[in-house]
Every structure is written in C-alpha cells, then in structure tokens.
Design a protein around this ligand. Structure first.
Ligand SMILES: Cc1cc2nc3c(=O)[nH]c(=O)nc-3n(C[C@H](O)[C@H](O)[C@H](O)COP(=O)(O)OP(=O)(O)OC[C@H]3O[C@@H](n4cnc5c(N)ncnc54)[C@H](O)[C@@H]3O)c2cc1C
Length: 863
C-alpha cells in the first residue's frame, strides 16, 4: 500500500497488487503488511485451551450444544438429535466384546457364536489381570487363533472413542476401508481384530500428534498371527492421512525424495493443494506446486490490519475463519502440533432489531424453534415428493410451508434465512430442496473455534519446505498416456501426474483449458453444483466498544433483499490482537456488495452499529481501518464456496473428485468432498484423499499392471441408479434389502445389508457416557454403512426365509451361499447389467401403469 495515501481523513484505496479484489479503508496513518500470512506469529490474547489429547477430547465434547444462530449450516434440532442417540455398543449382542468396548455386530459376524463364547472366558480373565492373552493363544492352533478376538489392552472402549473422533465408526469399517481391501473377509472376526488394531494405532498417535509412529511400535502389542492386519491397518492409516500427518518437526523430518517415485504437479497452494503436496512429499514423490497468486492459502487469508504507526494491529481472516467443530478436525491437530490454543466461539449471540433494540429473547427463541420445525416439515415433505424435490428450491418450499408471521417475526425469519444463505453461500431460491443439507450428518462435532492470530498460522506451517512457484497462473493442462504437461504463461511443466485444486468457480468459468476436454459427466457436474458468495467487511477500531464478553451478535433487516447485509458480526477482539469486528454479507446482499463503493459499505455498517450501540450510550468511533472483500471478482476463486444447487446432488461432489485420463489428472478441493464441502477441513481432507489416490495409481503403474479405467460412464450411472433403486427395494427384511427383476425367476438380485441403522439402545453405563452419546449422535447417521452382494433371486428369497434373525441370515449368506459382502464399488462390472435391467423394468412398469391408469404392483415388504 502506498503510504502517500495516509492522512487524517478517511481514504479508500484499492490494493490492486493483491489478487483478492478487496478494498482498504484507511482513515489514519497505517502500514499494511502485504503478506500477512507470512507474519502470523503474534498470538494475541490466546484463551485457555487444553492441548493434551485426552483433555482436548473431553473439553471439546462436554461443552454446551452449539447454539444454532452461529452454526455454519443448518441448525440441528436438539430434540431430533437426542432421539437419534444410539449407543455404539448396542448394535452388538456379545457382552464379552462389549466388555472390551468393541463388539462384534451380530449382523456383521456370521461366525460370532462359537468364537465369542470361547472368547468371553478369555476376556474375563484378561479383565482381571493380564492385558494380553498371548499365553492362551500360544496353546492354540493358528486356525483357532484366527477365530479369536484379540485383546490389545484394556482400553478398547477409550480407543473406540478416539477412532470415532478421527472419523471412523468405532466398531465397523468405512466404505473406503472396504474398498481398500483392509481385510479379506468383511463380515468376520478378522474385521473385528483389524478394527481393534486400527483404533489402537490411531489412539497411540493421537496421544501425541507431534511424534511419528512406526509400525514397529505395535509389533509387541499385536499378536503375531495378526501381523498382516497390523500391516494393513498401519499402511491404510498412513496412506490416507489418518496418522503421521501435519507439521510437527518429527513428521516433517521424515520427508525425503525417492527417485523412483513419480513427478507430481499440484495446481493451487490452498489447503487442499498444500495437504496433498505435503503427503506426497512424505511418500517420496517429487512435487512442485503452481500457484497463481503471490501468496499461499487461497481462500484462507489472514490479513494484518495496522494503524496509528503500528500501535493498533489486528490479524483477521478474510476468507475461511471458523474451525467448524474440532472433534476429529485435522486442522485442530495441526493447531496442536503448533501449540496453538484455539478460542472457542462462545454461545452468546444477541440479536438486534431493525431499530437497534435487542430482540425479545422469548420471541427470538420462538421464531428460532418455529424455523427449525419448518425445516423439519420441509424435509419430511421432500421425502414424500421423491425425485420431484430435486427440481424444487429450498426457498420455494420454505415459502410454501411457512405460516403467517407478524412484522418482527418476519424479520427474524429472514434473519434465519440469511444464516442459511451464509452457511451455503447461496440464495435459498437456488438451493436444492432435496440435497442442500446432504452433508449435515458429517458435521464435525465439538466446538466452533478461532485460531488466535488467524488461520494464516496454519498455512505458514504447511508451506514450509514445499516447493511452490508463485505467480504461475495455469492456463492449460494436457494429460495422456505418457504423462502430463501444465502450461502457466510461457512456461510448460512436465510431470507424471497432476492434481488440480482450483476452486469450482475457476472450473466453472473455464479459464483452464483441459486437453483433451474433461469427460462430459464432469463438465455436467461442474455446471450443476452451485458456487456461491459470502463477503465480509472488516473493521479495526481503537477499542472494542461492543465489549469482549461475546464473539457474535446479529442484526435484523426489514428488507428481504438486504437480510444478509451485516446480519451477523464476529468479534475478533479476543483473538486478533486488536479491536476487530467483522460484518458478514450473505445472500443477494453479497452480490451487491461486490460493486458497492467501500465508503458506502463502511457508512452502511457504521449506521447499523450506531443504531445498536448509541441508544445504549456507547459511542461508535470511526474505524481506523476497514477492508471489504470481493470474492466473486477474484479471478482465482470467482466466488466463496460450493453448495448443492437445484438439479445437483451429493453425487456431483463425487464426480468432481473423480480422476480422469487413467490416473493422470486428479482433483481435490472443497468442492470435491461430498461429506465436508465448503469447509477448510474438507479441503485439507480432500488433499489427503487425493495423495492416497495418486500413490495408489503410481503403485499400480510401477508394478506394470494395467490401470483399470476410471469408473466408466456406465459404471457411474449404475452406481447412482443403485442408490435410486434402493429407495424402493423389492423386498426388505431386518437389515437386508433386495432389488431384482420381477419377470424372470432365474434373474439376479442385488442384496444390500445396512449396518448401523438397526442399532438398538443399550443401557450400559460408561464413565464417558456423555461423550459417547454426543459422538454417537454425531455419527449415527453417517454410520449407516451399506455393503452389497450379487446373488441369484432364488438365493435372495431363500435368505429371507432363514430363521434366527440377521445374524443367522448373515451366517447363511457366507457359509451356505459363500457370498462375500463388498462396498458399492466392489460389486464390479458384473452388477452393471443387472442394475440397468432392473431400472429398465421399473421404468417400463411405471409407463404401463400410467397408460392403464392403475398403480404398479406394490413392493413386497416384510419387517
Ligand atoms: C469468505 C469466506 C468465508 C469462509 N468461512 C469459512 C469458515 O468459517 N470455516 C470453514 O471451514 N471454511 C470457510 N470457508 C471455506 C474455506 O475457506 C474453503 O473451503 C477452503 O479454504 C478451500 O480450500 P481449497 O484448497 O479447496 O481452495 P483454495 O483455498 O481456493 O485454493 C485453490 C488455490 O488455487 C489457486 N488457483 C486458482 N486458479 C488457479 C490457476 N489458474 N492457476 C494456478 N493457481 C490457481 C488459488 O489462488 C488458490 O490458492 C470460507 C470461504 C470464504 C471465501
């Protein structure tokens, strides 16, 4: 910034050297740091926060529920969450296994009976003393041992808990683990042992995330006959970034280039690009990162505001700011590695009316409850609407079902809409009714937190030793059998693989030329998904006239088109090192804000603040400095973050994540993660995911094996068809659902087994019951794991008749039919024609029933 602009009167200046099109308002002498991400060391006023693992987990979870007003995302109705609480352990029948905290699902272990009975006595004795049953094991044959559930230590319950916080179901496999082939038998005791080992490794690392855990550290605790499972669990966790990731010295010093490993080009030095680059470097790859801007961090950008000759400063996040849930959040782990004490965003969030008066708390609560109920009503209706809901907007549905409201209630209602538009960076009139909240079940649990001094501190740690070429705007990516070429201006970079992490907005505007063109389904996905807008006005004051006892407050508008303008303020006073206030601008207002003169914007925000505080006798001074963001005008993102627009679905995130060109061109970034889109942790995790994916492809290529084509258009279509078809299965019993062609008796059927949905509540008491309940309510929806099998229709119907519940049926499935349960992808191409023909038959059936004016044959359902 040119210091000649400094004078005692307000000045508005454009910082054109910065690719983020923000403007700075500088009433007083100031000196702006051009790259504040490089200077995040000040740790202003950090709040007390535990950094040890146990204390960290406990402290994050026993706090009060997150207040809805400041949740990014749809507020969840506490009543419905409570009713969803199910015990982790309840899914299972074995008391012996429950005693070690991990139980074998009656539905997931066909051979549970005998082995469990035997094992219960072992474990009883173990409980009374020895922490290992190696003595007993040595007296048995290997075959017997294979059928034993191992005991690693007595802390299996606690370890299951830590695994939950890391994003794993405590007692089952994730779909990714199944696809990775971590065990040879998905529904057996091998799986239970794998889970015990996996949970143990995660726990050991999380006890001290600053160290590097080696496989050898576990050799003495894992029984010898489970060596292969130890290999499998350790390599899965390392490859997928669940352990040994981050910025601790012990982890960084392991990085060394392996000349035999491929060259990788990463495009974009945001969280996704940096996470992937670091992981790939840890795997020995040669990596170069091309970044269009002159700084790293992308949509994470901590700006240092400075005034009065440096006497007043404030570090503030212009982009991603809140760690939305610290439970299992990998960014929380980075913070621990850096000994950063996070500041929990406090619950207090008063709302102020249009005239600046505080909103009556009773009315506030009533409208909030009504609003949440309305969201529940709307979501019930969308279920009844079926596929039609995919073509309807959330806004239209809310309007349809909302009751009559008084003027003040209407303003409050609009405030909640603004909050939704903020969380989704999109207008409710464009959000998909069917899928706008498809990521809700994966919401990270725990507190919402700020990093004191800004998230730039995390970025600064992540960029260390990563070879980043700044100012390299990529124009074209060429990919083929012989490798990749990436053109950035005059320069062409060559590599074996390329990872593209540019924001969805950049992909949408087509400023990168892909040669050959991206597959049509990816182009369609890019088009369908929404990429919305959130802006901020940031104000540095001489003092925090609003007080330091709260982190948020809101303001109502009586004009629906302005409802998002400064509807919520974040106080950064406790974390920025100075009196910084951030006003959020969401919805329609965010778009107008892009072209609003900064003087006008600052005048408008001051009017709001004076309307609130001056009647209380509190003077609102002129800000010392202000910054207005313009994320849509920024050519390196063209918006803020993704959302599910009308016509799109969660599948589109998966499509965006798909690699193309037979393992040459890969994609990461917040818009490629179905579970955690629009977040910083989602971006980071997508980087880890793609590093694993690239390493997998590199391994296959190095082994000389033919690379299996990426899911063909047909395979992809079959996968989404499968999800559709199971919405109305032909037969359902217990945790099983079947779809099959009805015409021919000898046709094939697809069986789906759901683990998790059948969990029963169990009375068992745990010392950390509250923690379990919180976690479980958080995970129970996502833990509805589906596994599949292809079998004949005859077998499928025979299975229905097997007596003895789910356990007996699973037994029958594996022992009598020899059928193996697999993840969706594991069904393979053999299932594609079966799925396609069932779909075709159903379409024909619907057409015929329409033309005959009757109803199609009802599905046969048994409970
Ligand atoms: C205003 C705002 C508020 C937010 N608030 C939160 C929040 O509170 N909590 C939260 O969790 N998340 C929040 N987010 C979202 C979060 O910041 C993003 O999801 C996350 O940072 C995205 O990371 P990424 O790596 O996917 O993309 P980016 O960070 O955008 O990284 C992509 C990189 O690619 C570069 N690039 C683009 N085009 C090219 C090209 N042609 N050539 C070379 N390089 C290129 C960009 O410069 C950028 O560095 C917010 C975002 C915004 C904008």
């Amino acid at each position: 910034m040119d210091s000649s602009n400094q004078n005692s009167h307000p000045q508005i200046t454009n910082q054109s050297s910065n690719s983020l099109q923000f403007t700075i308002h500088l009433p007083q002498s100031s000196n702006i740091d051009s790259n504040p991400n490089q200077d995040p060391n000040s740790n202003p006023n950090p709040s007390e926060n535990p950094s040890s693992n146990a204390a960290f987990v406990q402290n994050q979870t026993v706090s009060a529920p997150i207040p809805k007003k400041r949740r990014r995302g749809r507020p969840r109705n506490p009543a419905s969450s409570v009713s969803q609480v199910k015990s982790i352990h309840s899914m299972h029948t074995s008391s012996s296994l429950s005693s070690v905290g991990v139980s074998v699902s009656s539905s997931s272990s066909g051979r549970v009976g005998k082995a469990q009975m035997e094992n219960s006595s072992n474990q009883a004795s173990n409980k009374n003393g020895s922490t290992s049953d190696s003595g007993n094991l040595s007296r048995r044959s290997t075959n017997d041992m294979m059928d034993e559930i191992i005991v690693i230590n007595k802390e299996a319950t606690a370890e299951a808990l830590i695994a939950l916080t890391a994003g794993f179901p405590a007692d089952s496999l994730t779909e990714e683990e199944i696809d990775y082939g971590v065990v040879s038998d998905v529904d057996g005791i091998e799986q239970v042992n794998y889970i015990l080992i996996r949970n143990h490794i995660i726990t050991r690392w999380r006890e001290n995330v600053s160290r590097f855990v080696t496989k050898e550290m576990f050799v003495n605790v894992v029984p010898k006959h489970c060596g292969a499972l130890l290999d499998s669990a350790y390599s899965y966790l390392v490859a997928h970034g669940y352990i040994n990731f981050g910025v601790a010295p012990a982890i960084k010093e392991r990085i060394s280039v392996d000349p035999s490993k491929p060259n990788v080009i990463v495009i974009g030095a945001g969280l996704a690009g940096l996470a992937a680059a670091r992981q790939l470097m840890a795997f020995g790859f040669k990596v170069v990162v091309l970044e269009g801007r002159k700084r790293a961090g992308g949509r994470v950008y901590t700006k240092k505001l400075e005034a009065m000759g440096g006497k007043k400063v404030g570090f503030v996040d212009l982009g991603g700011s809140v760690l939305t849930g610290t439970l299992g959040n990998p960014l929380g782990i980075l913070a621990r590695q850096l000994s950063l004490t996070l500041h929990k965003v406090r619950d207090k969030c008063p709302l102020y009316s249009v005239d600046g008066k505080p909103v009556d708390p009773d009315l506030d609560k009533k409208v909030e409850d009504d609003f949440n109920q309305l969201l529940d009503t709307v979501s019930k209706h969308r279920q009844m609407m079926g596929e039609v809901s995919q073509d309807v907007s959330l806004g239209a549905a809310l309007e349809t079902f909302r009751g009559a409201l008084s003027e003040e209630e209407m303003n409050l209602f609009n405030w909640h809409i603004a909050n939704l538009e903020y969380a989704n960076a999109g207008l409710v009139s464009r959000l998909s009714l069917a899928f706008w909240d498809q990521d809700d079940p994966y919401d990270m649990g725990g507190d919402h937190c700020f990093v004191p001094g800004g998230n730039g501190r995390l970025i600064q740690a992540l960029v260390e030793n990563v070879p980043i070429h700044y100012g390299k705007k990529v124009d074209a990516i060429r990919y083929g059998n012989d490798g990749v070429q990436v053109a950035a201006g005059e320069k062409v970079y060559k590599g074996d693989m390329v990872l593209c992490t540019v924001p969805l907005g950049v992909l949408k505007n087509g400023s990168i030329d892909f040669i050959p063109q991206l597959p049509q389904r990816k182009l369609d996905g890019i088009k369908r998904l929404g990429f919305g807008l959130l802006n901020k006005v940031i104000l540095l004051f001489s003092h925090a006239f609003w007080g330091t006892d709260l982190d948020t407050f809101g303001h109502l508008s009586d004009d629906p088109s302005c409802r998002g303008e400064f509807f919520l303020f974040y106080s950064y006073a406790t974390v920025a090192g100075g009196a910084v206030l951030i006003g959020l601008v969401a919805g329609e207002a965010a778009h107008r804000f892009e072209i609003m003169e900064p003087v006008v914007a600052v005048a408008r925000v001051l009017r709001v603040l004076r309307g609130i505080y001056e009647p209380q006798g509190i003077e609102v001074p002129e800000p010392l400095q202000s910054v207005c963001t313009r994320w849509a005008s920024d050519p390196f993102c063209c918006g803020s973050y993704s959302n599910v627009a009308v016509g799109a679905s969660g599948d589109d995130y998966d499509i965006l994540a798909e690699s193309v060109g037979d393992g040459r061109l890969f994609f990461a970034g917040e818009a490629t993660t179905r579970r955690y889109p629009a977040t910083m942790h989602g971006a980071l995790l997508s980087g880890f995911r793609e590093a694993a994916n690239m390493a997998h492809y590199a391994k296959i290529r190095a082994s000389g094996l033919k690379i299996e084509k990426n899911p063909s258009e047909n395979a992809y279509a079959c996968a989404s068809m499968l999800a559709d078809l199971f919405r109305a299965p032909d037969v359902e019993f217990g945790c099983f659902a079947l779809i099959f062609g009805r015409k021919r008796a000898d046709s094939m059927a697809i069986l789906r087994v759901t683990f998790g949905g059948q969990r029963k509540k169990q009375d068992q008491q745990y010392s950390n019951k509250l923690l379990f309940e919180q976690l479980q309510s958080h995970f129970n929806q996502q833990m509805d794991l589906h596994v599949y099998a292809l079998l004949s229709k005859q077998q499928a119907l025979e299975l229905r008749e097997v007596r003895g519940g789910d356990e007996a049926k699973l037994n029958h499935l594996s022992e009598k039919f020899g059928v193996k349960l697999v993840g969706r992808k594991g069904l393979g191409p053999a299932a594609d024609p079966v799925i396609a023909s069932i779909k075709a038959e159903r379409i024909r059936g619907r057409r015929m029933s329409k033309s005959s004016g009757g109803c199609s044959k009802p599905n046969i359902k048994t409970v």
